[in-house]
Design a protein around this ligand. Structure first.
Ligand code: PA5
Length: 464
């Protein structure tokens, strides 16, 4: 199997006649590129990030073979989860940020928006699936409870609901509130059970789970939230929804093995990272539009926005100099947003690149009669969608605007695994090029202090 056939990285439109990133620019930072490649190589070997803390994401593709990130006992429980899932009516996956976004991608791509409207038979015995804890919004939480109440009222049996609480820290407000509320509210009319996916020992969820006898899966040390889709966070969810985790991990493995060379010409992830880095450093590109084509790929943009934003948006370099690195991530979707955002991409400030994501062979298709001038004939919708993306890319390039296209041959767990892991690597390489730590997120602590002080004040004020 050849990497570029399964996942094609098309970087043609980072430059054109008289514009964009010139080969001389790449040559001029050869030393820096070599250093960055070595730094990620060191990380792979040592399991340590630039500040010496544990970073183990390169082991994720091998999770089912190694015992670094999962014990033998836990792996067996993981692989047995589909049996447990089929005994449930409903699974609610609770979590936020890195403990949510990747699972939404898997659901959208492989279950689809009509999953909960299907019969259990049509879902091959798998339960209905919902998400909670990805917001503090009372409206969505209560409408979920109401939805489950109505669906259980129409059945003669008491519904079995499994709450899967994903929280590495166990202290994040949104999932903690959702778990408490759902356990209590749904417990009035359903059989509720809980699984916790959390840190091995730190944090608040593990002791709570142990006290209540809930089965636990581990978010391994050295795996940050935004890197957790190939860990127990994503794999537990995938097993509960019938998604092939071996295929998903095999895709990630293919990418890891195709993108580990120290040589720029043999490492597509490094090549893309270098171009994005130079776009920012030399061409004022401080925004990145991630634009997958196809409705079910929309949440991939949100997932990547977190990966890019939290990893590269840093005030300081690893050695402590002020840098304020990063690009503003903007999640969009084609063809929908060609009718809203494309105007700005085409004519607005020259500060952005567009990262297209496309699928070469559509899962489904329909040829529809199409009128173009005096010509009329059937055109497959998948062709129209690809043509629209190519036109967008070409129009941007005509005006000297940068883009790239990451093309999955098909949309399977294998190809999506390959793509998501490829995006991990581009971020790791770019972090090393820029000299920032791509694995921490100190900036999210500032608002938390203010928020928790506010909530404490509320509790004190309203205490009877
Ligand atoms: O990437 C991250 O670290 C964050 O998005 C976290 O995943 C998110 O804040 C949720 O944290 P936790 O899993 O501890 O509840």
């Amino acid at each position: 199997m050849h990497f570029q056939d399964e996942l094609t990285i098309d970087m043609t439109h980072f430059s054109g006649e008289g514009w964009g990133i010139a080969e001389e620019e790449i040559d001029a930072c050869k030393e820096r590129i070599r250093e960055a490649a070595l730094s990620v190589e060191r990380l792979r070997k040592s399991g340590k990030g630039p500040d010496g803390s544990l970073v183990l994401f390169p082991h994720l593709p091998y999770l089912l073979e190694e015992e670094i990130l999962i014990s033998k006992e836990e792996r067996e429980r993981l692989l047995a989860l589909s049996k447990l899932a089929k005994g449930q009516d409903i699974v609610v996956s609770i979590g936020i940020g890195g403990s949510y976004l990747g699972n939404q991608v898997l659901f959208d791509l492989f279950c689809g928006q009509y999953w909960n409207l299907m019969t259990k038979e049509e879902r091959h015995g798998y339960p209905q699936l919902y998400f909670a804890g990805q917001n503090l919004d009372p409206v969505s939480l209560l409408s979920l409870v109401e939805r489950i109440r109505r669906s259980s009222q129409t059945a003669w049996w008491k519904h079995k609901v499994l709450l899967v609480v994903n929280s590495k820290s166990g202290t994040t407000l949104e999932p903690v509130m959702a778990e408490r509320a759902l356990r209590e509210m749904l417990g009035k009319f359903c059989d509720v059970s809980v699984i916790a996916v959390t840190d091995k020992e730190k944090g608040a969820l593990r002791p709570l789970a142990e006290k209540n006898g809930w089965p636990c899966f581990t978010v391994p040390d050295g795996i940050g939230g935004r890197f957790s889709i190939f860990s127990q966070v994503g794999l537990v969810f995938a097993m509960l929804s019938g998604i092939d985790i071996r295929d998903f991990l095999a895709g990630a493995r293919m990418t890891e093995e195709a993108c580990r060379s120290l040589s720029l010409s043999e490492n597509p992830a490094l090549q893309l990272a270098v171009r994005k880095y130079l776009a920012r450093e030399n061409h004022g590109v401080d925004a990145e539009i991630i634009m997958p084509y196809g409705d079910s790929l929309r949440s991939l943009g949100w997932w990547y926005a977190q990966l890019l934003g939290e990893s590269l948006g840093k005030a300081l370099t690893v050695s402590g100099e002020e840098i304020h690195y990063g690009r503003i991530p903007v999640a969009a979707v084609g063809t929908t947003d060609m009718h809203s955002l494309t105007q700005e991409h085409q004519e607005g400030k020259r500060n952005k690149l567009v990262q297209f994501i496309t699928v070469r062979e559509s899962r489904e298709d329909a040829a529809i009669l199409c009128d173009e001038g005096e010509e009329r004939g059937p055109v497959p919708l998948s062709y129209m969608m690809r043509a629209a993306q190519r036109s967008d890319e070409e129009a941007l390039a005509h005006d000297g605007r940068m883009s790239c296209d990451l093309i999955m041959r098909r949309c399977t767990p294998f190809h999506v695994g390959a793509l998501m892991y490829f995006l991990f690597l581009t971020i790791a390489y770019e972090g090393a090029l820029a000299g920032v730590n791509a694995y921490d997120q100190p900036g999210v602590e500032s608002y938390k202090k203010i928020l928790h002080a506010d909530l404490k004040e509320y509790i004190v004020k309203h205490k009877k």
